[in-house]
Design a protein around this ligand. Structure first.
Ligand SMILES: [Zn+2]
Length: 275
């Protein structure tokens, strides 16, 4: 038995049209037009009624930052890794602790990066906390950066060693044979390694502006953090905590800010040239 609110499809067999009613209330009835003029009049009415609303929704969706539009192109994401942290102080010399210095510089770099449009600086850690290499590597998967820069402070066996060093992960032979996914993967990694060298050169240029003639070279070395990643990545050893001059400079606020600005400028240049 039908109640008052039961919807009912009524079919007009003669015109092959149907309509939906609830009780006596007509909810839906397809439009039928006698000629083109009538159809055009209906369309114009519809556009006036709903077109402005549709246009507003489209404009809103296309507005950057609305969250509905397509992701913005050319936004570069840099993942900075202040090495060590928490229980792991890294190098300790006098009052300098590697974990504090790397974090300070990374925070300054992020702060500087926020002033640049289309640039996004992310940190593996933004506080003094322990973090495993696996956790840092996992962030590459979540953040999906365009490059990774790990910041360290060096230490020497004596007090004479001084200056900055930059490391990139080693090139390896193409593994497997004839397996196309493996070859494609190796091609991607070789590209990332070539770009790591370019990024390393930029980092050297940045460090050179703060520590003139203190460069100790761009070196290839295995890195558990960077090994096997398909993005360019480098390890930067900013200076020697064990050298009195290096230590003095690195603990100065102005040097840290200058370093952050110089490295950021070089990362920007790296991306600009990669375009
Ligand atoms: Zn270190």
């Amino acid at each position: 038995m039908r109640g008052f609110c039961d919807p009912e499809w009524k079919t007009d067999l003669l015109s092959r049209r149907f309509k939906l009613t609830v009780g006596n209330r007509l909810l839906y009835e397809p439009q039928a037009f006698n000629d083109g003029k009538e159809a055009m009049a209906f369309m114009n009415g519809w556009i006036l009624k709903y077109g402005i609303f549709t246009l507003s929704v489209l404009l809103f969706c296309m507005t950057p930052g609305s969250g509905f539009g397509a992701p913005r192109q050319n936004t570069f994401v840099v993942l900075l890794d202040p090495a060590h942290g928490g229980e792991d102080s890294g190098v300790v010399s006098d009052k300098l602790r590697e974990k504090d210095l790397t974090l300070n510089i990374a925070l300054l770099l992020r702060q500087e990066g926020q002033k640049i449009p289309d640039f996004n600086v992310q940190l593996t850690r933004s506080a003094d906390r322990s973090m495993s290499i696996a956790e840092r590597r996992a962030m590459v998967g979540t953040v999906k950066p365009d490059c990774l820069v790990s910041l360290h402070i060096n230490a020497g066996f004596g007090k004479k060693a001084t200056g900055y060093e930059v490391y990139f992960p080693g090139f390896r032979q193409v593994a497997g044979g004839g397996d196309s996914p493996a070859i494609l993967n190796d091609m991607a990694r070789n590209k990332a390694l070539n770009n790591s060298v370019r990024l390393g050169q930029r980092m050297q240029a940045g460090l050179e502006t703060v520590f003139p003639r203190k460069g100790r070279g761009l070196r290839e070395a295995p890195s558990p953090l960077l090994e096997g990643l398909n993005i360019p990545g480098v390890v930067v050893e900013i200076g020697f905590a064990t050298h009195p001059d290096d230590r003095k400079m690195m603990t100065e606020q102005e040097t840290q800010k200058a370093l952050a600005q110089a490295l950021l400028k070089e990362v920007q240049d790296y991306f600009r040239k990669a375009q």
